[in-house]
Design a protein around this ligand. Sequence first.
Ligand code: NAP
Length: 338
Amino acid sequence: MTHNRRFTLVRRPQGTPVAEDFALVSEPLPDLAEGEVLVRNAYASLDPAIRGWLDDAPSYLPPVRLGDPVRATTIGRAVRSRDPAIAEGQWMLGLNAIEEYSVARPGGFTAPVDASAAPSVTNFLSVFGAVGMTAYFGLIEVGRPQAGETVLVSGAAGAVGSLVGQIAKRLGCRTVGIAGGPDKCRRLIEDYGYDAAIDYRGRSVEALAAEIGKAAPDGVDVIFENVGGDILDAGLLHINRFARIALCGLIAEYNSVTGPVGARNLWQLIVKTARIEGLLVSNYIPRFPEGAAAMGKWLAEGGLRVDEHIDEGIENALPAFLRLFEGSNEGKMILKLD
Ligand code: NAP
């Protein structure tokens, strides 16, 4: 334990990231300052948001600097500690980087976790992590679904979307999911309990809108939007009066080389006096215990299916990350580092 392999950014990606944008470097482990903890990362969370952090553009977090390891949430055990409150061996969650060891300073999002509180420590990156909290607070606080309403979810078979569909169902809603390919659409129904599934691949906005019309004959009251572009445009054509659109992500444009695609049917918001609202999971950090308790209860009751897709090895960081954009991840995308 003298060196730290780190997945660093060496060039800003143009469009879809390629191998030349990154370098795997090995650096000596740093000394710790008072109050710091050295964490041996066991797992890194690979999230679509990482793509945005690689651009030199203003956002809710500063861009990853060239030469720095790629930022990611990780979970691992303390192997050295200069914080009297953190014992060696303690599991720690935090916004760190794709690297074998991270120097963590507890506070805010970086905190010890009680590993015995979850079936697997990876659950702190999925159902009890940002993904689960995004689904829970995004749906309940931004989407505000009522029993009997119809909830349309894009990216519905993914980490966030699969949970949104299941929560909406528990709240008594009709759920319609949009995902890529027949296999994912089968999983929407069989694994995540969606009432209807729509395959967006190869469909124009008009064709997608026709499918949404069939799947949601009473119109759509809540859209939980993970994708944007044509899918959002098609959904907008079916919103009911006073619909709520929770804008969670726009993954269809994260690798765009021509810039944002935009929503072209915004007129529908006026026609239906509807509301579109962005959501950022970090706004809810003080309420995470409440969200985790709700998810934990449903999980314990056996009423929540949580899928995790775990690839292994820091040398596989890029192909594992790119799964998110190819759609080849089946559940929360996680990289095993230890
Ligand atoms: P995920 O859904 O598990 O994985 C990404 C999925 O997106 C892929 O499996 C793929 O599924 C779909 N996708 C990729 N490119 C696409 C495209 N061009 N068009 C349509 N679908 C595409 O990822 P996640 O972690 O749950 O994130 C889902 C969304 O939530 C992302 O937009 C992310 O940025 C957002 N998010 C936002 C917050 C927040 O605080 N606002 C927090 C967490 C996540 P298919 O096979 O179905 O295409």
